[in-house]
Design a protein around this ligand. Structure first.
Ligand SMILES: [Zn+2]
Length: 166
């Protein structure tokens, strides 16, 4: 099977070398747009113009699947749009390809684990066990569904936290 790699911002900051990877390397458009650091931007631009890294606008259907899975694990409220695009792109590419995602983001890794998509931590070891998170208010004890993205408690305004279920 053809190999494909997906990289996120943490992989670029960690200065991975895409040229040593034996397959196509992809990055979601949103991740590219959010790179502000000039040396990272410079590296990424060089990879793109050399034709080693391809920028992809992730399809809606794959994004929906990514969101659905992130809600299942409870990572959704803590993932940015760029994080979700990394997951969505991995889903999209996994049709007919063996995909490996390079990311140090624990939430991204957890959702990928849940999807059965491979990943590698860049600077640190990746998560090994899938966690299902519960979103709760440490002040009044209320719990919230994973689709809740306000970050503060509806009832008392305290910042929400999360804990693993079970
Ligand atoms: Zn509360």
């Amino acid at each position: 099977m053809k190999k494909a790699y997906v990289i996120d911002a943490t992989a670029i900051f960690a200065e991975i070398n895409p040229f040593v990877l034996d397959g196509e390397v992809y990055i979601p458009k949103r991740v590219v747009e959010e790179i502000r650091d000039s040396s990272s931007k410079f590296r990424l631009d060089a990879w793109i113009s050399a034709g080693k890294v391809r920028v992809v606008d992730v399809g809606e259907e794959s994004m929906k699947k990514a969101e659905k899975e992130a809600k299942k694990t409870g990572d959704f409220p803590f993932l940015s749009q760029a994080d979700l695009e990394v997951i969505g792109l991995a889903i999209e590419l996994s049709k007919g390809r063996e995909v490996v995602v390079f990311s140090d983001d624990r939430g991204v890794q957890n959702v990928l684990l849940s999807l059965g998509i491979q990943f590698k931590g860049v600077k640190r070891k990746g998560v090994e066990k899938r966690i299902v998170w519960i979103l709760y208010c440490p002040s009044c004890g209320r719990t919230f569904p994973p689709s809740y993205r306000k970050g503060v408690c509806d009832a008392c305004g305290a910042p929400l936290r999360r804990k693993p279920r079970g």
